[in-house]
Design a protein around this ligand. Sequence first.
Ligand code: HEM
Length: 464
Amino acid sequence: MAMAGYSLLHPSPPALINVNFQRSEFGHFHSSTTTHLLSSKSTTHLIRCQSTSTDEPKTRRKLLDNASNLLTNFLSGGSLGSMPIAEGAVSDLFVRPLFFALYDWFLEHGSVYKLAFGPKAFVVVSDPIVARHILRENAFSYDKGVLADILEPIMGKGLIPADLGTWKQRRRVIAPGFHSLYLEAMVKTFRHCSERTILKFEKLLEREKLHDEKTIELDLEAEFSSLALDIIGLGVFNFDFGSVTKESPVIKAVYGTLFEAEHRSTFYIPYWKFPLARWIVPRQRKFHSDLKVINDCLDGLIRNAKDTRQETDVEKLQQRDYLNLKDASLLRFLVDIRGADVDDRQLRDDLMTMLIAGHETTAAVLTWAVFFLAQNPSKMKKAQAEIDSVLGQDGPNLESIKKLEYVRLIVVESLRLFPQPPLLVRRSLKSDTLPGGYNGEKDGYVIPAGTDIFLSVSRSIQSP
Ligand code: HEM
C-alpha cells in the first residue's frame, strides 16, 4: 500500500521515505542492472548508483515550532499520563524524510511517546509488542484515522479508508478473487510486462554503447513504478496503460492526485474543505480535474464489464480457464460474481484503491533490493544463478517462482531494512491502555478515544 504517495496509501510518502538515490554519489558497480537481475545474459555494463545519505543534519526548532507545539499540547489535552513528549520541528516535515526525525526522537524518548507537531499531536509507537496490541489484538478498536481522512476524497470507501462495516463486506467479496488460477494468469502478466521493461533497458544500453558511453543513469524507482502500474492496470481491470513505454494521461492524473494527497498530509489547515476551494484554488482545481480523468477511465471500464456480465457462482468463477481468457481481471470477477450486486461507485472505489495502493510500495521494495544487490555483486550473481537454474528456458510460472528461495530472501531482507510503508497510521475509536513498550511505563499508557497513532515499522523491527 502509499503516507502521502503510500506515502499516502501505504502511508510512507515520498515525504516520509525517499528512495530516489539522489543525494550523494555512492560509487560504481559492475553488472548491476535490473536487466541482469531478471536474466543473467553475460554483458557487463558500468552503472552509477546514487544513494540518500543517512548523515542528515538535525533540524533546529524555531520560534514558530515552539509556539505551535505549545498550541498542540493545549489543544490535545496536555500530556497523556507519564508518556514522554517529543516536540517536533515543523521544518522536519519538509527538509528531510520523517523517519530520520523519528529515529532521533526514538533515541531520546523511547518506544512510545507523544509527538507534538504543529497544531496536531500523535502518539508514536516503535515497539513490536505495542504494535501487536494495536494491529492484531485490538484491531477493531482502531481505524485508519488521518490516512482515511486524506484518502477518502480519492478512494471513497475502498479497502484502505473504508469504515469497518464496508471493509468487512468488501474484504469478503474481494479476497476470493485472488485464487490460484488468477495468480497463475498474473505471473504471465508479470512476465509480459517485465519483458517490456527489459527491452526498454536493453535499448538504452545499446544506445549508450553506440555513443561509447561507460555509464548509464536510470531512475529505477520511476521505472519500477511504471512497471507496477502497468501490471495493476492489466491484473485489476484489464487495461493496458503501457506506461513503461509512453506517457499515459491516466497515470499522469494518478501522480497528480497522489501529489495533492501528499500535500494535504503535511498541511495544517484543511483549506480544501472550505466551500468554493475546489473552484478557486488552482491546485484544488487541478486535483479535481485529475480525479475526473481517472474516474472517467474507471467508470468506462466498469460500464463495459457490466454490459458483458456473465453472472456465475464463486466456485465456477474460480475454475475459469484464466490462462486463456481475454479478460482475467479482478474487475471481471467482481462483476460476474453471483449475488454480489454492487453499485458502480463502490466498484470504482475498490479499483481506485488497488491502483493507487499497489505501485509505490512495490517500486520502493524493488528499488531497494536492486540497490543492495548493486553493492553486493557476489549476491547478485547468486540470485542470477538461482533464476537461471530454477526458471530455465520455460520462464516463470506460479510453481517455479515459489522455488526462488534466495530471491525471496533478498526481497524480505530489503523489506526488513526499509519496510514499506515505513509508517502505519491508526486512530483509537475508544479509550485504550497501550503497553509501555521497551523502557516504558510498567502499567502502560492510557489513551483517550480519537488519539492519532503513527506506528513506525522500521523502528519496531529494529527495537532492542
Ligand atoms: C511489496 C509490495 C507491497 C507492500 C510491501 C504492501 C504493504 C501493505 C501494508 C503494510 C498494508 C497494511 C497497511 C495498514 O494496515 O495500514 C497494505 C494494505 C493494502 N495493500 Fe499493499 N503492499 C504491497 C503491494 C500492494 C499491491 C500490489 C496492491 C494492489 C494491487 C496493494 C493493495 C493494498 C490494499 C487494497 C490494502 C488494504 C487492505 C485491507 O485493509 O484490507 N498492495 N499493503
